[in-house]
Design a protein. Structure first.
Ligand SMILES: NC(=O)c1ccc[n+]([C@@H]2O[C@H](COP(=O)([O-])OP(=O)(O)OC[C@H]3O[C@@H](n4cnc5c(N)ncnc54)[C@H](O)[C@@H]3O)[C@@H](O)[C@H]2O)c1
Length: 272
């Protein structure tokens, strides 16, 4: 198997100015790839190119994509995101609608064999409970129509961060196979538990310290950006060429630990 020839690759990384996106951009740069950073603020390290964008604004996204016209794109890492404390509207625009728009606009100009990786979250692990409705939303491409749909279903989007991570996982699953068959582009998601980045404190206030303590008890530590960046790179590489449309949990055994506790509780009554 040929190793990925990183120096020939142009990889667009959103959220490259901080946390997980920054670490992904660093690791790609170390391997010789050309990183095109899309963020609302400039990255703290020298990357091949920086384009300022507000991923919550469709016009800003369209302008960023237009400025990439001449460059072939081999990979897209949709990493930028905001926590619940940013407000529900910003959450759905940046974490969901903006990500969809950027991906849809870049898709036709991506080289066959390319890959898209979406940063979801373990917060979205209950997506199957709302799959039918989230499927409906996944199939609305128009920004205004999607906003109207979200407005009409606002009750289901309380706890907007988790719900739009669910929506992201459902969208990834909904379109990945079609995009792979028609365009030769693989799309997958990566779902971390808590990661020590600048938005970690927002997560503690949104989900509660007790929840974080429970996770710590089950995984031994909080993840670092490195723990998440490495699987993102793997899903970009040719090595993962037969992985399409999955949501890869990268959470130190959190769900396995919960499964073990659930099974012990269920089995316990029949034990002598
Ligand atoms: N840190 C965690 O515990 C954790 C856990 C699970 C999932 N995630 C997800 O990982 C991703 C990265 O988070 P992080 O922890 O590295 O956070 P971070 O705050 O360190 O980085 C987020 C980046 O997104 C950029 N960004 C935010 N709003 C933007 C906008 N409107 N337009 C353009 N860029 C914008 C920021 O400038 C920043 O560079 C997010 O999607 C987040 O939901 C994080």
């Amino acid at each position: 198997m040929q190793p990925t020839n990183w120096p020939e690759k142009n990889i667009v990384v959103t959220g490259a100015s901080s946390g997980i996106g920054l670490r992904v951009a660093e690791m790609l740069t170390e391997r010789g790839a050309r990183v095109i950073a899309l963020d609302r603020k400039p990255p703290p390290l020298a990357l091949s190119r920086y384009i300022q964008v507000d991923l919550g604004d469709p016009d800003s996204i369209d302008a960023a994509v237009a400025s990439l016209e001449e460059e072939p794109v081999h990979g897209l890492c949709n990493i930028a995101g905001v926590p619940e404390t940013a407000g529900d509207e910003t959450v759905y625009k940046v974490n969901y609608l903006g990500l969809k728009r950027l991906s849809g606009c870049l898709l036709p100009r991506m080289a066959r064999g390319g890959a898209i990786v979406n940063l979801a979250s373990t917060a979205g692990h209950m997506w199957h409970e709302r799959a039918n409705l989230l499927w409906e939303l996944a199939n609305i491409d128009d920004w205004n129509e999607a906003e109207a749909w979200i407005d009409a279903h606002s009750v289901m989007f309380e706890e907007s961060y988790s719900k739009f991570k669910e929506a992201l996982i459902v969208w990834t699953r909904a379109v990945a196979s079609g995009w792979y068959m028609r365009h030769g582009i693989r799309m997958n998601a990566v779902s971390p538990g808590p990661v020590k980045t600048p938005i970690f404190d927002d997560f503690v206030s949104a989900f509660g310290m007790q929840n974080v303590d429970d996770i710590l008890e089950r995984t031994g530590r909080i993840a670092l950006p490195d723990d998440i960046a490495a699987p993102v790179l793997f899903l970009l590489e040719d090595q993962s060429r037969w992985i399409v449309g999955v949501d890869l949990p990268t959470e130190g055994g959190l769900s396995a630990s919960r499964f073990t506790s659930d099974m012990r509780e269920r089995v316990h009554p029949v034990l002598p």
